[in-house]
Design a binder for this molecule. Sequence first.
Ligand SMILES: Nc1ncnc2c1ncn2[C@@H]1O[C@H](COP(=O)(O)OP(=O)(O)OP(=O)(O)O)[C@@H](O)[C@H]1O
Ligand SMILES: *[C@@H]1O[C@H](CO)[C@@H](O)[C@H](O)[C@H]1NC(C)=O
Length: 444
Amino acid sequence: MNRPQDGLRQRHKNKSIIESAISSTSKKFQSLSLKTKCLFVLLAFSLLVAYIIMLWHQVSNRLREFTYIQADTCPACYGSSICLPLFRGDAHFTGTLSRIRSFDYLNSKNFHYGKLNGKDVVLKKLVADDVLKDLDDKICRSARRIPGCDVARVVVKADLVSQVRQHELQVDHLRGVNDMFYCPSRRLFDRLLKHYLEKYTYETTFFYAVDKIQILITAMISSEPLMLQTFPASAGWPFPSYIGACGRFVLLENCGESLQNFHQAPLQKRYDLAYQVMKIANFLTENPSNFSLYWTSLKPSDFVVDQNGHVKFVDLKNIVVVDREEYNEVANTGKPKIFEAMFTECENVCPPTPTMELCNHLSSDWNIYLACRYVLSEHATDPAMKGGLLHDMSRGALDDWDMRFLIKECTSPTTKGGRVKSIHRLLHTLDSLRNGKEQHPVNI
Ligand SMILES: Nc1ncnc2c1ncn2[C@@H]1O[C@H](COP(=O)(O)OP(=O)(O)OP(=O)(O)O)[C@@H](O)[C@H]1O
Ligand SMILES: *[C@@H]1O[C@H](CO)[C@@H](O)[C@H](O)[C@H]1NC(C)=O
């Protein structure tokens, strides 16, 4: 039989057990000697202090800490241009997870949002901690020390850097260390040195051993900071501004929200974003610098959109730089000047980027192919970009503007040179659509 009073009685009983426990403890406490009582109070107090210190340690601004920033690894680091403001406390993390020290274990990519003097920035270590650890061990071994050695002191003695330490830094020292230097030219190398912001001293144009070591080690970890300095946003490149580096952190302008988040944005907005993505694809291939920057991989989240709606490309580590002026020198070999990307149906495993082909031709439609295929078209493989950025185009766009055909031509062209032929019409059409011209156009 169900008796509601039972539960009530039980709870009453529990309560009295607790009460009696408390009163017996307090009685026991009162019966203790004064000395023991004091000891107890002291213990409780120090526990509280320890707890507060622990909490404070968790949320204190660790960007001010030399060892957290890994400034103690320099010159085996990215630079030190921004160290002073960091140590002064001008920068702090803003992400909830980033602010708590212990949560760094969850942030394996070491990517943080933050502020520097009120300006929105991103702070990144560029690679995971174990990658940096492996590099440090490699440096130690290369200097015949045991892993865990003092990298900053030992790196100058490493065989790894002996070439650049003893000689002038040359393009061959960097050849092949990352995508940026897959097929480097003297001109690319000179451009890097000219734009390099992390020199130890600006009094001379001379590159000291520490400068050369720092460039080599940075290149071994990631081409990203070197790309951002060599092709600066201030000169019109569609990338985040490079603010500076300290130890194993780089600070970049926060360029906004990932393109993925615009999958369901109003159609006219997406025409505008698609237009800008295609403009970037085109610009990276053909621009006044005579360097072609080709993507070696592309996903929609590599683009971000700032508050003014401007699209920037943020994944600089996956770019190979081809010097078009190098080609001119070896031209007239009878080979075609333009390399045309091949479309292949592939779900998970797609053919690798034909980097060598990109290096050996004057030009290529490769960027246009990647942007059309992996961002705009229904072949977009990213689950967050299902059906592509333009997944639900209007009747007007499909019928009057022939958008289905244009995207098809751009992804898998039906004729030779179809992609390059159709890109200007695609750009013109997207430009019209983003300006709200959905009506039947005069035949173009
Ligand atoms: N400067 C930036 N401003 C705003 N958002 C950025 C910026 N840089 C990167 N992001 C965003 O943060 C994400 C992670 O950046 P990160 O540089 O760690 O990429 P990643 O290591 O290449 O990771 P993944 O390979 O998954 O893209 C990017 O996909 C991008 O959406
Ligand atoms: C790029 O090449 C063109 C034509 O060859 C040349 O006129 C121009 O000066 C070059 N630009 C740069 C930045 O070298």
